[in-house]
Design a protein around this ligand. Structure first.
Ligand code: UDP
Length: 364
């Protein structure tokens, strides 16, 4: 059986690494990696191949930057010849990005079965590109691997047949379980002159937070409010950096006291900073899950989340009104110790990729 796994952006590498490893454990499976090139530079792509010991991709589609529509068209055009040449039995897509839905569509049109890992998540907000990508991908998928029960409920509600839906846990947590000790051994916190549990870690890159001047001004105010409480560490996503520069706001951030602006970090360095943070504030999907597993308090600066288990069971809270002052007040509460430590969600045990490989291997 031949499986092509798709990677395109940073969180995809974190998810495909354990899957590829689990597929390789089956002599009957030939596992290949296809990189669309959606993220293509050293800090957003290469470092993950190095740290996860991923082999170089079998095919690199080299798509160009541009709108989601332009990139979708580019992927459809460039992935089709790969499908013709490889004739895979399955295409495995992960998460909710342009590469996910475009490769699912190309595979499906080519008559190749699609497995979606991290299926069923819904924020209910179709303004978000990620939500549209999730809906399209799930509608096309033949097997839908789900991280939390709410995802199964969403899929059933949308009419997906029960036998296609598999609650298996979270492959992102597989990577965390595997690499946590290695990350803990680094001295990333000390190298920044910081003390464990005495700083706030911040990431922000969702379009509604960083694509408009209003969103970026709010972000600057969040940083200011956090920096009044504790030192802030902010590895800046390339999209956020480009927009801050475009709106002339980068200088104000770079010169703010008590703020460490960094390039995007390698996975191990970032996990080290996350595990030792007093508080994480983010709009990332994956970071909500990783903080839940690590039992680090998390404020999600978004009106909604597609990952409700991180709130119901974990350490996550929404700053749903997107007010920097609300964020500041919630952060002050947490830093004063008024927070819960949460529990680990069911099946987030480091063995999800093994479960997925086992299920796929049962198909001819
Ligand atoms: N991450 C990283 N370096 C950073 C920021 C995040 O390695 O500087 C990791 C993080 O631990 C998680 C993944 O990248 O595994 C999340 O990616 P991102 O927030 O870009 O995407 P999302 O999860 O929101 O789709």
């Amino acid at each position: 059986m031949k499986i092509l796994s798709i990677v395109g952006v940073r969180p995809n590498f974190v998810k495909v690494a354990p899957l590829h490893r689990a597929f390789l454990a089956y002599p009957s499976i030939e596992s290949k990696i296809i990189h669309t090139g959606q993220h293509h530079d050293a800090v957003m792509s290469d470092v993950f191949f190095d740290q996860f010991h991923l082999p170089q991709p079998d095919h690199y589609l080299n798509i160009q930057s541009g709108s989601a529509t332009r990139q979708t068209a580019d992927i459809l055009e460039k992935f089709e010849p790969v499908l013709q040449r490889e004739q895979p039995d399955w295409v495995v897509v992960v998460g909710d990005v342009t590469s996910t839905q475009a490769c699912a569509l190309a595979a499906s049109q080519h008559g190749v079965r699609v497995a979606h890992v991290e299926a069923g998540l819904r924020s209910g907000d179709r303004q978000m590109p990620e939500e549209r990508n999730r809906i399209v991908t799930d509608a096309l998928a033949d097997l839908l691997f789900v991280t939390e029960k709410a995802g199964c409920d969403n899929l059933r509600r949308e009419g997906v047949a029960a036998d296609k839906i598999k609650l298996v846990g979270n492959v992102m947590i597989d990577s965390l379980v595997q690499y946590r000790a290695k990350a803990s051994a680094l001295n990333t916190v000390e190298a920044l002159g910081l003390t464990a549990k005495e700083y706030v870690l911040l990431t922000m890159h969702r379009p509604f937070n960083v694509d408009t001047e209003a969103g970026l001004s709010r972000l600057l105010q969040v940083v200011k409010n956090m920096a009044a409480l504790r030192p802030v560490v902010f590895p800046v996503h390339p999209r956020t950096r480009a927009n801050l520069i475009q709106f002339g706001l980068f200088g104000a951030l770079a010169t703010r006291l008590n703020v460490h602006l960094l390039e995007p970090l390698g996975y191990l360095e970032f996990i080290n900073l996350m595990e030792n943070a007093a508080l994480v504030i983010t709009d990332s999907g994956g970071v909500q899950e990783e903080t839940t597993y690590l039992r680090v308090p998390c404020l999600t600066f978004r009106p909604s989340t597609e990952r409700p288990i991180t709130i119901d069971c974990g350490t996550n809270q929404l700053v749903a009104d997107l007010s920097p002052d609300t964020a500041g007040q919630m952060a002050a509460e947490i830093l004063a110790g008024r927070t819960n430590t949460g529990k680990t969600p069911p099946l987030w045990d480091g063995k999800t990729a093994e479960r997925i490989a086992h299920i796929i291997s049962q198909f001819s």
